[in-house]
Design a protein around this ligand. Structure first.
Ligand code: SF4
Length: 453
């Protein structure tokens, strides 16, 4: 394929400090971030003390490429690159946010950057903002630019290539935007984009057109307009709060939204979409979970890309949310070079289950501007689902979906398991490729009703 690399204007959108709303709402005290409420049941594996700096390895059974998966390795990383920073500071999510890595010279202290990475971060051209929490940086392989986690957050020169199929807003969300940041596409539910801020920016973000904009000062008015719309549309029963990452909001700001949405009589169900448990697990404090549990039924979708993200800290964050009675589901984007093989997806799905997160969606990568290098074939996704079905627990199998470009919504893509009919019998192919029959038309079955028997 003739790839003409097209350099695009540098968008200086990288944020160096948390948004303004951090200073508008009151701050947490240090005691709020302390681990004062142990999980109500053991977390995986039960013998590990997650608060210890001496924990040696949670992931002995997992052949992970990076060796930086232990609490001890994080301690070494902190002492090496942040001398003088205490564990208490490191474990404070606000410290993590205010010390996000946003420049090439900062990152090059920790990673041996390739020419393409350097060019993409400092030479200009990245369409997405760039920021990584120190915690997540500690998980990246310093020597290998092909490390899966590194590919998800460190820009590369591939982002300069704009494929003809790329789109700024592939899901046409702006078309269905009814008030600023409120998307009403499906009949009974809305997507509430509460913030455009994320602690760490994924290089394949579907909302690359908006994330990183520091428009927090507008949130009050924007949120009020959105909530008023929801109030006046009684057909809405389900509100998905997303962004950006809503769990980067201070507790008071998040509660401001949750309490107002929960007070609307026709709202049955609230969801939050977040990547925080894997990129900023320190954010899942007991104070936060005490607040969240007031707004049930509340579900959380956890964005996860790779099993290596499930460190003891991330597992503990998920356990805290689960202990607060919040059902957890996962969202994973299938990404070339990151997780586009059966072994990696299977390992991730198992890690999710062990972390009490039910695998929910596996997405085909959206055709977002500058992300064609991440896209796999749809056949690859089907091959992975075929390799899961029957070979692992049904709970470990996500639904493979394409969010249809142009605003058509999510379309499940299924492996065909019906291979025909023989008379009244349906012919089914099982996970081993063997054909079985299902009898469809006994006297009392099927769609017809017999009252004469
Ligand atoms: S966390 Fe979500 S919104 Fe933020 S950059 Fe990643 S994909 Fe985009």
């Amino acid at each position: 394929m003739n790839k003409t690399v097209r350099k695009v204007a540098y968008a200086a959108t990288a944020l160096v400090s948390p948004p303004v709303y951090d200073r508008v709402f009151t701050s947490e005290t240090q005691s709020d971030i302390e681990d004062v409420e142990p999980p109500s049941r053991p977390v995986y594996p039960s013998s590990i003390d997650y608060t210890s700096e001496n924990v040696t390895n949670l992931s002995l059974s997992l052949p992970l490429k990076s060796e930086r998966t232990t609490v001890t390795s994080r301690t070494l990383f902190r002492k090496n690159y942040y001398p003088g920073v205490t564990k208490k500071e490191w474990d404070d999510w606000r410290w993590q946010l205010t010390h996000r890595i946003t420049r090439a010279d900062e990152l090059s202290r920790m990673l041996k950057l390739s020419g393409g990475e350097l060019q993409a971060i400092s030479g200009g051209g990245n369409l997405l903002p760039f920021a990584i929490t120190p915690y997540y940086a500690s998980l990246l392989d310093p020597d290998n630019p092909s490390d899966p986690l590194r590919l998800t957050v460190v820009p590369t020169a591939n982002e300069f290539y704009i494929d003809p199929s790329d789109m700024i807003d592939p899901l046409c969300e702006e078309h269905d935007e009814v008030t600023p940041g409120l998307i009403h596409r499906y009949p009974d539910r809305v997507l509430f984009l509460a913030t455009s801020f994320c602690s760490t920016y994924c290089r394949y973000c579907t909302r690359s057109r908006i994330v990183g904009e520091n428009k927090s000062e507008e949130c009050g008015d924007k949120w009020s307009k959105a909530i008023n719309y929801i109030k006046t549309h009684t057909e809405i029963r389900d509100v998905l709060i997303s962004g950006g990452d809503p769990l980067t909001l201070p507790d008071e700001a998040l509660e401001n939204i949750l309490s107002r949405v929960r007070a609307i009589p026709h709202i049955e169900f609230i969801r939050i979409g977040t990547k925080v448990p894997t990129v900023l697990p320190q954010r899942i404090t007991t104070k936060l979970t005490r607040m969240l549990r007031k707004y049930h039924p509340l579900f959380i979708s956890v964005h996860a890309a790779h099993a290596a993200e499930f460190t003891p800290e991330a597992v503990k964050a998920c356990a805290r949310l689960a202990d607060a009675g919040i059902p957890l589901g996962s969202q994973t984007v299938l990404l070339k070079g990151v997780n586009d093989n059966l072994a990696d997806i299977k390992r991730l799905m198992h890690k999710l289950l062990m972390s009490r997160v039910r695998p929910y969606y596996m997405y085909q990568c959206d055709p977002v501007r500058g992300t064609s290098h991440f896209r796999t074939s749809v056949a690859k996704g089907l091959e992975i689902i075929s390799g899961l079905r029957g070979f692992t627990s049904g709970y470990a199998i996500p639904t493979f979906v394409i969010d249809s470009p142009g605003g058509g919504g999510k379309v499940p893509v299924n492996v065909n398991s019906i291979c025909g009919t023989d008379g009244d019998d349906l012919l089914l192919i099982n996970y081993e490729g063997k054909v079985f029959r299902y009898p469809q038309n006994s006297a009392l079955s099927g769609d017809s009703v017999r009252n004469d028997l």
